[in-house]
Structures are given as structure tokens and as C-alpha cells.
Design a protein around this ligand. Structure first.
Ligand SMILES: Nc1ncnc2c1ncn2[C@@H]1O[C@H](COP(=O)(O)OP(=O)(O)OP(=O)(O)O)[C@@H](O)[C@H]1O
Ligand SMILES: [Mg+2]
Length: 234
């Protein structure tokens, strides 16, 4: 497979805690891959290791064939990897427009790209001059995604985009992720909402105590007895 993102034997942790233990994972062009697992399974640690916020203790991360395992986070963004962190990471005191301008720091000020983001998230256009703190939770999540997309990433990492949102907003956020997928950006999606994540993903991985316990086509995992009883509450 000509993977856009290829992870082999990745290990990471905190002090004596081994939170990620020898993870292999791949993301093909245009694919939406879901990463599900219980609280503390190591999902966030894995994503933060991919984006360089946590050092890998072992293993390898390749982006479009380039070894990025040892690169600093900003070098990975330049190489084409963007991440929306857990929790809505927007700059509250700044306007919606300035949040987007910051997201484009990798490139020259990019008015065209901002317009594309407003086309993708029309609600943000109507709020462009408002402070980010004035947005609702779901709108802040959209701003966080739009900001990450400003750098025209080759791969997008999303950590729990639906966390803490009311059901209606959860639905909206998943619709946005579907649209992003349709636009061709490969996405690695971490979600507690396993049912919704498996429903829109092509492929999925189940993480248990830092290891990949199961992986396969999302539809197959959604039908798997172990997944259904442990993660889908069936
Ligand atoms: N900053 C930290 N310092 C020490 N241990 C940590 C730190 N962050 C996470 N851990 C531990 O690493 C393990 C994996 O945590 P991680 O946050 O990656 O899990 P997660 O799958 O993202 O969980 P959740 O679904 O609750 O977000 C857990 O045992 C956790 O307690
Ligand atoms: Mg997490």
C-alpha cells in the first residue's frame, strides 16, 4: 500500500508508564481511519507522538515516504501533518479571522485559503470578526479544524472532535468530518463515540493498553462481537 502515513513499532510514554507499545498503523490516500479505545488506552499519546509533541521511544513515523520520527512539531506541520488537539484549541482572545491567519503561518498570508475555509464552514464566515470565545462549543471545534486545515495538510489528525458536545452538534461535527473526507484529506480520527466513528471510517484500529488489539475494515469491526460488546454497548 502506498500509505500517506505509515507508523511502525511506535513506542512512547511518560516516565515509567508505557502508554503506546509497538503500534503499527497505516493511512492510505483519501482514507478516513478511526482509532477507538477506552479511556487511558493511549489514543491521545499516540496522536501527540505522531505530531511530535511527545518523543517516540522507538519505532518510525513516515509521512509520504519521508521519515519524520525525529522532526520537531513545526517541521512536521511543514511536511504536511496537522493536528487538532484534544479539547478545543482556539485562541479565545483573538477573532475568528485571526485564528485562521495564525493557522496559515506555514505559508504566506493566504486569503484564498481563508475563503475556502469559510465555504467549508459557512457559520465561521458569519462570525469572522467575533472573538473565538464567543463561539459555541461546536463552532469552536469547527474553527479548530479550519485552523488546522489552513496549512493545507497532507494528513489531518483529529483527537475527540465530538467530546463534550450536545447530540445535535455531535451530528454536525461528524457531517463536517465526512465533508473533509470527501474533499480528499486523509484523516486519522480518535473518537470515544465508536459507533459514529466506525460509521464514517473506511478502516479502524482498536487500541487496548497501548497496543493494537484489533484492526480491519470499519464495517467489519462494527460487526465484530468483541467490538460490539466492549465499545458499542450492544
Ligand atoms: N501527561 C501525562 N503524564 C503521565 N501519564 C500520562 C500523561 N498523559 C497520559 N498519561 C497516561 O498514559 C496512558 C494513556 O493516556 P492517553 O491520554 O493517551 O489515553 P486516551 O486513550 O487518549 O484516553 P481518553 O479516551 O481518556 O482521552 C494513561 O494511563 C494515562 O494515565
Ligand atoms: Mg485522549
Amino acid at each position: 500500500m502506498n500509505a500517506v502515513l505509515k507508523v511502525t513499532g511506535l513506542t512512547a510514554g511518560y516516565g515509567r508508564i508505557e502508554a503506546v507499545r509497538g503500534v503499527d498503523l497505516a493511512l492510505a490516500p483519501g482514507q478516513l481511519v478511526a482509532l477507538v479505545g477506552a479511556n487511558g488506552a493511549g489514543k491521545t499519546t499516540l496522536l501527540r507522538t505522531l505530531s511530535g509533541l511527545i518523543h517516540a521511544r522507538g519505532g518510525r513515523v513516515e509521512l509520504l515516504g519521508q521519515d519524520i520520527t525525529k522532526l520537531a512539531p513545526e517541521q512536521r506541520v511543514r511536511a504536511g501533518l496537522a493536528q487538532v488537539l484534544e479539547g478545543r484549541q482556539v485562541f479565545g482572545p483573538l477573532s475568528v479571522l485571526d485564528n485562521l491567519r495564525l493557522g496559515g503561518w506555514v505559508h504566506q498570508p493566504d486569503a484564498g485559503r481563508i475563503e475556502e475555509m469559510f465555504d467549508l464552514f459557512p457559520i465561521l464566515r458569519t462570525k469572522k470578526d467575533q472573538g473565538a470565545w464567543q463561539l459555541s462549543g461546536g463552532q469552536q471545534q469547527m474553527l479548530a479544524m479550519a485552523r488546522a486545515l489552513m496549512s493545507r495538510p497532507k494528513v489531518l489528525l483529529l483527537d475527540e472532535p465530538s467530546m463534550g458536545l450536545a447530540p445535535l452538534l455531535v451530528k454536525e461535527v461528524f457531517e463536517v468530518i465526512q465533508r473533509l473526507k470527501d474533499s480528499g484529506v486523509p484523516i486519522l480520527l480518535v473518537e470515544q463515540n465508536a459507533r459514529a466513528a466506525l460509521a464514517i471510517a473506511d478502516h479502524a484500529y482498536v487500541l487496548e493498553t497501548g497496543r493494537v488489539a484489533l484492526s480491519g475494515p470499519a464495517a467489519e469491526l462494527a460487526a465484530d462481537e468483541r467490538v460490539r460488546s466492549a465499545y458499542l454497548g450492544v
